[in-house]
Design a protein around this ligand. Sequence first.
Ligand code: ADP
Length: 434
Amino acid sequence: MIRTILVPNRGEIAVRIARACREMGIRSILAHAEHDDVRFVRRFFDDAVSLGASYLDVGRVIDAARTCGADAIHPGYGFLSERPELAAACEEADIVFIGPRAASIEAMGSKAHARHLMQRHGVPVVPGYDGEDQTALAAEAERVGFPLLVKASAGGGGKGMKIVRERGELRAQVESARREAMKAFGDDRLLLEKYIEEPRHVEFQIFGDARGEVVHLFERDCSIQRRHQKVVEETPAPRYADELRQRMAQAAVAAARGVDYRNAGTVEFIVTPENDFYFLEMNTRLQVEHPITEQVVGVDLVRAQIDVAGGKPLPWRQEELRQRGHAIEVRVYAEDPDDRFLPRSGTIGVYAEPAGPGVRVDAGVAQGSEVGVSFDPMLAKLVCHAESRDACIGRLDRALRDFTRRCGTRSGIGAGPRFWTCPRPPSRRSASAP
Ligand code: ADP
């Protein structure tokens, strides 16, 4: 049984995990970087420990867990969550890693390797080139055709990803992607994918346990993005027939079974305008956007993660899981809309959250919090849940307006086009789309 959990993370995800611990009667310890302003987050934890300069030192995290008597580590998302080294170090130190086995993280860590694996399990991947021979890229690009996307094999966060519209741009884009990949991941291997125009990003929440059971908790549509990164997520995915969603769900479960997956994970697909879908990648952790699934399916994913990591069977059978109503999440960032949405640092002068039925805010800051430049500028997530998509959009609009009105600025859907720099915002007009 898990008694004490160390959380080497920050912001809203640290708060989210601490809340689950409190509800389960588990002691929680925040492990944080020394120069991070953790005053708000700390309140939710029973204890706190410094990790020194960063959140990324596996040795220090394990030492901190030992010193504090933690028998488990929840890595959250980002930082060490997808480093097989932490999962492996936990296995070695007899500490429960609340996540998948190191081998599954490793298997899915390389986009190229994940593509090979998925193909072996009959899951469709985007047509492209993912071979070892990097000198073959130019010739393979001709075969794949233009436009295409160059991606870093070790990629994540959109780094090392470049669109090549025509042959003449290939060389320069490949070189630039290599440099970026080397800098971000210390690995400059690249792969090519056919560039899908007007894609939709649809991902499935999956969950596995130690008995080899795997269920899915339906999909999330994360097509509204900036610079290839999600900003608005919703579930159910609008405009898809049940039949297509079921085929995708089956592919997601097959992908998870293919790596003997345990705990929470997400299988991401890209969907073409013709409704063909292809595997993009698998994220071997909890996602930022997990709350919309929690609201619509009526589950607590963090509690389930802790239970399953502690050896319990999955708390749900597939046939018991249902979607009820509609949920949308928007991410709230410390950015300057008047200056290309660049991250901004400073002290939060006024902070007041919206409330009311179907409104959930997962925040990592409060009034007076210092927002630095060292970490991701996401401050909070606003999640709305309602009976229908239309009602949900209305509720989200109201809650966004309340958020900014209470903080003394102006926003909300339609209140200022500056917020929506991304394609296809949810709108009342598209709400009735089939
Ligand atoms: P990362 O891991 O760096 O975030 P992903 O492979 O998950 O990269 O892709 C991020 C986003 O980029 C996707 O959600 C999608 O919007 C877009 N994208 C990825 N692959 C393609 C593709 N082959 N064609 C068009 N868009 C793509």
